[in-house]
Design a protein around this ligand. Sequence first.
Ligand code: DX5
Ligand code: ZN
Length: 217
Amino acid sequence: MAAQINPSILSADFARLAEEAKAVEGADWLHVDVMDNHFVPNLTLGVPVVESLARATDTPLDCHLMIEDADRWAPQYVEAGAGSVTFHVEAAAAPVRLAREIRAKGARASMALRPATPIEPYEDLLPELDMLLIMTVEPGFGGQAFLDIMLPKIRRTRELINKHGLELWLQVDGGVSASTIERCAEAGADVFVAGSAVYGAADPAQAVRALRTQAEE
Ligand code: DX5
Ligand code: ZN
């Protein structure tokens, strides 16, 4: 699969979300970080903002829920217009049931792992998912340094995906930039979230194209 670049709106100007979303049209998905100040020590946005963003851009929304009680809230993000909904396995009581519910409502179902959460206990769940997200920083904030120690986990996850012959996408999120994206791609990631590397650039749309080229080399 061609590399996909998903700019994270977390690094955009929240007072100009519609314009900032339009600034990266041409990206594969717009990554929307939902934080509840419980699962992570930061607070961002919720269902009403996702509904408005879905109307403001043609780019499909990739909602990354860093919130407790994911079982209760994730389906509402599908209804709000997200094309992909990622819940954290650490915050879901019934991840299989939740993934099935997200798919049944018509979105791609995705599950995220914090840096300290291993993939191995979840091998049997992989067929229930459309994407797996491996966090390459501790979730909560943009602009953090990429955690190199996650590369072996990315590699092992790619091996599991191949072993089971799955179509599952493998996303990385956190510290992805021109200086780290090649290592992620080489380890087996194919969907790349980039916040500060895109919105911190003078031309965000050009930054998306440059990252995609680098990931595909
Ligand atoms: C962090 C968020 C990321 C964040 C990435 O918890 O999940 O999506 O926006 O930002 P950068 O690319 O700046 O590390
Ligand atoms: Zn994210």
